[in-house]
Design a protein around this ligand. Structure first.
Ligand SMILES: Nc1ncnc2c1ncn2[C@@H]1O[C@H](COP(=O)(O)OP(=O)(O)OP(=O)(O)O)[C@@H](O)[C@H]1O
Ligand SMILES: [Mg+2]
Length: 491
């Protein structure tokens, strides 16, 4: 069998010469004799021996053992160290750790050959084991990448400086870049402007999700949910991050569409509401003014007729009775006209403001339903925006209708006040109490309408109920939005 090529390194080249001779005598070609030093490694690499023999005194020369380590790990060559008994004890632990061969001096032909052959054989065996492990690792890595590449989420791994070190196919597909354009760059280079300027904005400590916009290579924007978590090495040292990205571009678009159409519906409903309100105002005005005037004129005519009939003596009496009945009917008609017009749109609301209009509403409610209705006004409502006053008035009207229809109450309390910069309307009854599920039921259109009425003024509506306490409806409107423009209290 052909003998393996040997390279010798050492600090004592003179003593090494004997070893060279001995090796050549037993048939090993010694291809070089290299002094311990900086260049040793590159020379060994160039010469390509089968085994490196470290000869000479190593005491105090850490460089000798360090070189042995590099030969074993970087060049993957077997190393045999010839060592004096005196220094063996010092280097024993390192030898065990590195896994190199060792032979005590003085050496003879027989034991050096045996040591060389066992070091070589051990190296072959170790290499086999290593190759097998490497193959298994490669296979498992390949399986891992196949798995990661086939999932529908983007996966990115960053090092501790935030630089991308690995990315799966899905991530590349999402942002439209090639792998080589992504690796080695910070993740922030691909984020859409105005989203996150600083890497610190990304979650650090645990899996946490945030919405992020990305700028694709083709200029399009995409949106993802990003969940990120730090990775640590087995010793717990921070190594970087692994991030998982879920594409939500389509979902976001649908959400935006939905929000837009909701806004459109909302403004359409507000528009219809305001048309209805001005129509009611116009019709109420016409009924009140025109019909009212005409009925009054009719009454005047009737009283003229009555005075004429009085001059007709006894036969006029019957006519007079008829005229008086007609006058009563005209009075009732005038009252009805006023009632209809007030229900359509109380003039009080426009002339005297929300407070008096609510008082009128409460009085009218009490008269009609016989449910006691108490009103407490603790604020000045004259400078409220007319649309806001209308909204609160209509909410009160709707709430009282609900009390009459559903509450089975015997008393209602209306309280209008100003608190912490808000106009507060509270309408409480002592009835059976609204149920939790009725408050937000999609069928509760009346309540929904109330919420929509107050929304343009930044107002909020809350309804609570219990069988013991009845129902309480609270409307809160920030006064800076609910006041007439330019009428901010300068008093
Ligand atoms: N003051 C109240 N006391 C007890 N239950 C109430 C009260 N107000 C409302 N509810 C309950 O809440 C439900 C929803 O009220 P909402 O005003 O939205 O609808 P509605 O009055 O039934 O119909 P409408 O659309 O004509 O107003 C009512 O059906 C009723 O069951
Ligand atoms: Mg109702």
């Amino acid at each position: 069998m052909e003998k393996k090529k040997i390279l010798i390194i050492g600090d004592d080249l003179v003593s090494a010469r004997d070893t060279v001779k001995m090796l050549r005598d037993i048939g090993y070609p010694v291809i070089a004799l290299v002094a311990l030093g900086k260049k040793a490694l590159s020379i060994i690499k160039k010469k390509q021996p089968h085994l490196v023999l470290v000869n000479g005194r190593l005491r105090g020369k850490r460089a000798g053992m360090e070189l042995a380590r590099r030969i074993l790990e970087e060049l993957e060559l077997p190393v045999l160290i010839l060592v004096d008994r005196s220094e063996f004890r010092a280097i024993k632990p390192t030898i065990g750790k590195l896994g190199c061969g060792c032979l005590l001096k003085p050496v003879d032909k027989q034991n050096i050959e045996m040591a060389i052959e066992t070091t070589l054989a051990r190296h072959v065996l170790e290499k086999k084991i290593k190759d097998r492990a490497k193959k298994a690792l490669l296979e498992s890595e390949e399986r891992y990448f196949q798995l990661v590449d086939n999932i529908s989420e983007g996966v990115v791994i960053q090092d501790k400086k935030g630089i991308i070190t690995s990315a799966n196919e899905r991530f590349l597909e999402l942002i439209g870049y090639k792998r080589k354009e992504v690796l080695g760059r910070p993740i922030t280079a691909f984020l859409g402007e105005g989203w996150l300027k600083k890497e610190e904005g990304l979650p650090e400590d645990r899996w946490r999700s945030i919405e992020l916009a990305w700028k694709r290579k083709d200029g399009k924007r995409i949106y993802t949910i990003l969940s990120r978590r730090p990775i640590h090495d087995p010793k717990g040292r921070f190594e970087g991050y692994v991030s998982v990205l879920t594409d939500i571009t389509e979902r976001r678009q649908v959400e935006l569409e939905l929000r837009r159409s909701q806004e459109e519906l909302r403004s359409l409903s507000q528009h219809l509401q305001s048309i209805r309100e001005s129509e009611s105002k116009r019709i109420a005005g016409e009924i009140h003014d025109i019909l009212g005037q005409q009925l009054t004129a009719l009454k005047i005519d009737l009283s003229w007729l009555s005075s004429r009939a009085a001059g007709l003596g006894e036969s006029g009496q019957e006519i007079q009775n008829k005229i008086s009945a007609m006058a009563d009917l005209v009075d009732k008609t005038i009252q009805s006209v006023q009632k209809i017009s007030a229900e359509l749109r109380p003039v009080l609301l426009d002339d005297l403001g929300l407070g008096p209009a609510i008082e009128w509403l409460a009085q009218d409610f009490e008269n009609r339903t016989k449910i006691k209705c108490r009103v407490r006004l603790a604020c000045d409502t004259l400078d409220l925006d007319p649309d806001c006053s209308t909204a609160i008035f209509r909410i009160s009207q709707e709430a009282l209708t609900n009390v009459a229809r559903h509450a089975r109450a015997t008393a209602v309390d209306i309280h209008l006040a100003e608190e912490n910069g808000e106009l507060l309307l509270k309408i409480g009854d002592n009835g059976k109490g609204i149920k939790e599920n009725e408050v937000h039921a999609p069928t509760s259109l009346g309540l929904m309408g109330m919420r929509e009425r107050i929304r343009p003024f930044g107002g909020k509506l809350e309804i609570t109920g219990s069988p013991e306490k009845g129902t309480l409806l609270t409307v809160a409107v920030p006064l800076e939005r609910g006041r007439k423009r330019g009428s901010e209290k300068s008093k």
